[in-house]
Write a protein that binds this ligand. Structure first.
Ligand SMILES: Cc1cc2nc3c(=O)[nH]c(=O)nc-3n(C[C@H](O)[C@H](O)[C@H](O)COP(=O)(O)OP(=O)(O)OC[C@H]3O[C@@H](n4cnc5c(N)ncnc54)[C@H](O)[C@@H]3O)c2cc1C
Length: 394
């Protein structure tokens, strides 16, 4: 056995022993951006006990030090096992920003807590009127002794109702150009004066919120980076939000789809000889392999310590388009079984059987939820603008 084969065995054994049927069902039924907190917390703690909660982090902070090939095997097996996805806000977004900009005290306090699933982070960037034009944000913070006093609002704040911490962009100075005068703060969500109000999405899920700040006193010790230099921190974090590897996971979703088509054929909905349909699956495979090669090249550049400039925007565009195309083909595969509205089936503790299959029960919610993928983390139109300006000099 080669070393990589031994590693693959180790990962498979881990999933078969540690991923309980309940957690696996929850992973299978996910339709939103990531798993619910009551699923994600026990799962991240199982991963952390194995030392695998944050495989991509530097070893110093609990990363694995795996090779690029090991990371690919991990992603493939993770998706094949249908393990619940983990919220990126802590692990993949604010953690790299803390590693880069944080004081030793901030790093020592926050990073282990993120890895152990003790802290759940809300992203306080967008405001009503400040989404694509994020630098126009108005949520104000005024320094008063050891605190910033915050007044204003944030919107589209995913999972804020589950989160105990927020990373937040506030305006501390309005005198210069809009990118100046922004400060990046980390604070607790239970500070007096914070109110979280739900926004229900068209799939019926409660993922979004609007968060209101009324004379909230956030400690100055939670500032990441310098006062009025929060835009640099915000942009650094966004490259991590837009980057990340996902080709393997998407390829595995297509593999699941192929298996589903096989299984469904026995129930009378046989698409195996529908050339147009099967051609779409083959096209997805080819496009994903092409995207995977692009992704690998970008990550080799990052690993070599070179800057990839605005290429994370290109990854974001292509990744989200492909994800939406997969959803469309899955919806086609489940046919009329995609239509019944059966939200209770997606509750993993519910033992009811779905109309159709579990794949059918999640096809429409996934399709609807993933329409958002080309909007969040900066819309794809904005990513094209960034590429045009920074890469093409237009
Ligand atoms: C599922 C989801 C989760 C999110 N979670 C969070 C979160 O946790 N925290 C957070 O802070 N925000 C979050 N957001 C908000 C997200 O970042 C914004 O929706 C996004 O930046 C777009 O801003 P907007 O909604 O205000 O749209 P707008 O900026 O009003 O844009 C509307 C449309 O106009 C287009 N447009 C705008 N300006 C230009 C331009 N210059 N050139 C070309 N086209 C343009 C946009 O592409 C879009 O199609 C989330 C959004 C979604 C959908």
């Amino acid at each position: 056995m080669t070393e990589l084969e031994t590693f693959t065995d180790e990962v498979r054994t881990f999933f078969s022993e540690k991923l309980t049927p309940d957690l696996q069902k929850a992973g299978h039924l996910e339709a939103g951006i990531y798993a619910e907190k009551d699923v994600a917390v026990p799962w991240i703690q199982i991963l952390d006990a194995q030392g695998w909660a944050a495989p991509g982090w530097p070893v110093q902070w609990g990363g694995t030090g795996w090779s690029a090939e090991q990371h690919l095997i991990w992603q493939r097996e993770y998706t094949l096992a249908m393990a619940p996805s983990l919220p990126p806000n802590g692990l993949r977004m604010v953690a790299p920003a803390i590693m880069h900009y944080g004081t030793d005290e901030q790093k020592n306090f926050y990073l282990p807590r993120i890895r152990q699933g003790l802290d759940w982070w809300a992203q306080g960037y967008s405001e009503p009127g400040s989404g694509s034009d994020l630098a126009s944000l108005q949520c104000a913070a005024v320094r008063d002794g050891d605190s910033y006093v915050i007044n204003g609002t944030k919107i589209w704040t995913t999972h804020a109702h589950y989160c105990n911490r927020m990373f937040c962009l506030v305006r501390t100075d309005s005198s210069g150009i809009k990118q100046q005068g922004i400060t990046f703060l980390l604070f607790d969500m239970d500070l007096p004066g914070i109110e979280v109000k739900p926004i229900i999405s068209m799939s019926g899920d409660h993922e979004f919120n609007q968060v209101f700040f009324n004379d909230v006193r956030a400690p100055v010790s939670g500032r990441l980076g310098d006062e009025n230099d929060g835009w640099s921190v915000a942009k650094y974090l966004l490259t991590h939000e837009r980057g990340g590897k996902s080709a393997t996971a998407l390829l595995m979703r297509v593999a699941h789809l192929r298996q589903f088509v096989e299984d469904q054929a026995a129930d009378g909905l046989d698409l195996r000889y529908d050339n147009t349909f099967m051609g779409r699956i083959a096209d997805l495979d080819i496009e994903l392999m092409r995207y995977g090669a692009f992704e690998n090249k970008v990550f080799e550049t990052v690993a070599a310590g070179e800057s990839v400039g605005a290429i994370s925007s290109a990854l974001k565009i292509r990744r989200t388009e492909l994800r939406q195309q997969i959803d469309e083909v899955v919806l086609e595969a489940v046919h009329h079984y995609g239509l019944p509205y059966q939200p209770q089936i997606r509750e993993y503790r519910n033992s009811d059987q779905p109309i159709g299959s579990f794949t059918a029960a999640t096809a429409m919610p996934r399709y609807l939820n993933n329409r958002a993928a080309t909007i969040y983390a900066g819309s794809n139109e904005i990513q094209r603008d960034i590429l045009a300006k920074r890469e093409l000099g237009l």
